[in-house]
Write a protein that binds this ligand. Structure first.
Ligand SMILES: *Cc1c(COP(=O)(O)O)cnc(C)c1O
Length: 412
């Protein structure tokens, strides 16, 4: 039986998350399927940033560090992320960028496994994570080796010299979801620790870090958490490592007594030692507004909707564009996917540009991947219908052949 627009409308009517869409300032006539790269703007983020600028910064000036608890923002916002990722509130802080947090967490992990020298990752990991590992290994005097294997070789590669298994839970190109519980157990069975990157997980579906026994994790504030461009990232350290974990960037915000101005570094107890410098209050304000939208979201409904949006997208592309040459690059089963669906096509770049010109925003990842992300708080089932209808028009009219769609911009 074929899927109709009416069917999509009924899915929206039955959607318990449909009411959150109005909390976002989405432009009219745009279908936004790129929340996996930059989340949409929560309306209350705009208001709160304006208030922090005008009233707190403008009027209360430096008193605001205490008066408005600016100083507590990294922990306060971290605790709001904790619920989404299966962590305790005191196991997460917001700080720095994801790249920097990979560096800090990875160095901390390596110190906990000093007799092992391999950092194991897979070729689906996001390059910045691999680059940070390469840079850290070089800094540590080339005693460590970053070993990159294909994802089906991970378990077999967990030898006794692996210090840490470092993976991104969702492959940024294909959306393939790693089995965090099984891989964490496999790593622990060989004596290795784990570092998970949740950039494409947090806010898209519930993660259960402590249920899986994860050791360290990092993640991104500007994707499914809707914290705004360049929003600060987060870092998780399991409580059992809090006393022994030490990170390499000794900043004053990680000092036990930052305002004692001691000449020697002394790490603060707990997760706080993973802070480095002064927190970016304007960015944290926007991120906190995005997170507050999740406060009463039942997390299971996030997972169900993200799976259903992806399933619908795959089914509609196959129904409406059977001979388009688009090849599914993501797992067909929602249980094995994050919150995105990708298709391969040799003309992927200009096809995506033509689609964006028609108001459907996804993105392209080299060499041939068209990527569509489904943020469950604001993407509707009718959006999926509209997106596929526009994709059909692009393909039918061969619009992607136009020269303006072939010019590559700096950011794809
Ligand atoms: C988006 C993303 C990052 C981004 O890192 P930044 O330091 O914020 O630029 C890192 N890792 C993964 C897996 C990502 O998807």
């Amino acid at each position: 039986m074929s899927i109709s627009l009416q069917h999509c409308r009924e899915m929206d009517t039955a959607d318990p998350l449909a009411r959150y869409r109005d909390a976002f300032a989405l432009p009219e006539r745009i279908v936004y399927l790129d929340g996996n790269s930059l989340g949409a703007l929560p309306k209350q983020a705009e208001q709160r940033v304006r208030d922090v600028m005008a009233r707190q910064w403008g009027q209360d000036l430096i008193k605001s560090w205490n008066l408005h608890d600016w100083i507590g923002a990294p922990q306060r916002v971290g605790a709001k992320i904790a619920r989404l990722i299966g962590a305790q509130p005191h196991e997460v802080v917001v700080a720095d960028s994801t790249s920097l947090n990979v560096f800090k967490a990875l160095d901390a992990v390596l110190r906990l496994r000093p007799d092992r020298h391999i950092i194991l990752s897979d070729d689906g990991n996001f390059p910045t994570d691999l680059y940070m590992a390469q840079g850290l290994a070089k800094l540590l005097g080339a005693k460590h080796e970053l070993k990159i294997v294909s994802s089906d070789q991970i378990t077999a590669s967990l030898t006794k010299d692996v210090a840490v298994l470092m993976l991104t839970e969702v492959d940024y190109r294909t959306g393939q979801l790693h089995d965090m519980a099984a891989l964490t157990k496999a790593a622990h069975d060989t004596g290795a620790l784990t570092l998970w990157d949740l950039a494409h997980s947090a806010g898209a579906f519930p993660v259960d870090l402590n249920g899986c026994g994860a050791d360290f994790a990092v993640g991104c504030g500007y994707k499914y958490l809707n914290g705004g461009p360049g929003a600060p990232a987060f870092i998780f350290v399991a409580e059992r490592w809090h006393e022994r974990a030490e990170q390499p960037l000794f900043g004053w915000m990680g000092h036990d007594a930052p305002f004692a101005f001691d000449l020697d570094y002394r790490p603060r107890p707990g997760i706080d030692r993973f802070l480095v410098g002064t927190p970016p209050i304007l960015s944290l304000t926007a991120l906190e507004a995005g997170l507050d939208l999740f406060a009463d979201v039942e997390l299971g409904s996030l997972r169900r909707k993200s799976g259903a949006l992806g399933d619908l997208f795959i089914a509609l592309v196959e129904q409406e564009l059977p001979d388009s040459g688009l090849v599914l690059a993501s797992p067909r089963s929602a249980a094995e996917r994050g919150s995105q669906v990708s298709f391969r096509h040799p003309e992927g770049y200009p096809i995506m540009q033509a689609l964006i010109a028609r108001g459907v925003i996804g993105d392209f990842r080299a060499p041939d991947i068209l990527r569509f992300g489904f943020a469950p708080l604001y993407v509707s089932f009718v959006d999926i219908w509209d997106a596929v209808a526009q994709l059909k028009a692009v393909m039918a009219g061969m619009e992607w052949q136009r020269p303006e769609f072939r010019r590559r911009a700096a950011v794809t």
